[in-house]
Design a protein around this ligand. Structure first.
Ligand code: ATP
Length: 314
């Protein structure tokens, strides 16, 4: 690796003040860094701007303002676009191969592989076998899931440094999903690789992601370290409803009622601190249980909306 590449490689994606108007919704401003060697999941409700963000990363649409850098380089410098794109594998939400004049998977392979000096034919062949896609199959007869698999294989076969996957498992059967997840884990075994992927399936986030980027209606809710989030956010169960007079309880998000066999569930964003405070008040937790990632994310979004409303009122 030359000095130039070394300098570029510490950050796979860097967005600074990126904004784009989408109808009456504004995507951004986005400040975001994806460190090389990490897997980052992009999550958010339908219409939050995830696919648009991928299109911005691929220079398929332009930001109204701000700066987009991939592998340390902005688009727009001389000849950089082709160089950058040879080092990135992109699986879009919908593949469009019609304009390329290819009829079969084999013809598409012949067309695509010429563009990539790092094309790994052995890897391509093993993946098409694994995902059961024969070169003879006609592109227009492929199902949605088969198209997703092919799009992924074509993106992975030139062994890019960065994979950008926009709902890559959408429409895949459970066996193909499992294989793709295993393949992604294997992809990350080699140094210097990164993945930025969007999904609505929290199990994929749980299994693959180091960090979660959460957007809602175009706005960045936050960037979270997944393991830390799951460690911090827990449900702490006690016998007595905590009384304000007993003193402050750190980290508490909500206190439920005793409908659960007489136990009171307390949702905490800082469970160790909450447990310790409850114990010191003589209300020692009976048990502490993990929370679903989707519930944590929903509460984080609610908090952000409430904070925004509070700030407006002031
Ligand atoms: N070029 C455009 N002009 C105007 N509005 C657009 C444009 N592209 C996307 N939008 C709108 O921006 C919003 C975000 O779309 P986008 O496809 O990025 O969301 P998403 O988070 O990927 O959604 P989903 O989870 O449903 O795939 C949508 O309301 C969409 O209709």
């Amino acid at each position: 690796m030359n000095r130039e590449a070394e300098r570029y490689d510490d950050c796979a994606i860097r967005l600074s003040g990126v904004e784009k108007m989408l109808g009456d919704m504004r995507l951004g401003p986005l400040e975001l860094e994806v460190e090389t060697g990490t897997v980052v999941a992009l999550v958010g409700q339908n219409g939050s701007g995830k696919s648009t963000l991928f299109r911005l990363l691929m220079n398929l649409t332009k930001a109204d303002s701000g700066k987009v850098e991939l592998l340390g380089r902005p688009y727009g410098e001389d000849d950089t676009e082709a160089d950058i794109k040879r080092r990135i594998g992109y699986v879009p939400e919908e593949s469009n191969w019609e304009d390329l004049g290819c009829t079969t998977i084999g013809e598409l392979h012949d067309f695509v592989c010429r563009w990539y000096p790092t094309w790994n034919e052995t890897l391509y062949r093993s993946m098409t076998e694994e995902f059961e896609l024969s070169g003879k199959l006609k592109l227009k007869t492929l199902s949605k899931g088969m198209k997703r698999k092919l799009s992924y294989i074509l993106a992975a076969a030139y062994e890019p440094e960065l994979l950008l996957l926009d709902e890559a498992t959408s429409g895949l059967d459970p066996f193909a999903t499992k294989r793709m997840i295993e393949h992604l884990a294997k992809f990350m075994e080699r140094e210097g690789r990164s993945i930025f992927f969007s999904t609505h399936v929290m199990e994929e986030v749980r299994r693959l992601a180091d960090y979660i980027v959460y957007i809602n209606r175009g706005r960045l809710i936050g960037v979270y370290e997944k393991d830390q989030l799951l460690d911090d956010w827990k449900c702490v169960w006690v016998r007595e409803t905590p009384q304000p007079s007993s003193g402050p309880l750190p980290g508490v998000v909500s206190v439920g009622n005793g409908e659960h066999g007489g136990l009171i569930p307390i949702i905490s964003r800082s469970s160790s601190a909450t447990e310790a405070a409850l114990a010191s008040q003589g209300n020692a937790p009976v048990r502490t249980t993990a929370m679903d990632l989707e519930d944590i994310l929903e509460l984080l979004a609610q908090e952000k909306i409430e904070k925004k409303a509070e700030n407006k009122e002031r």
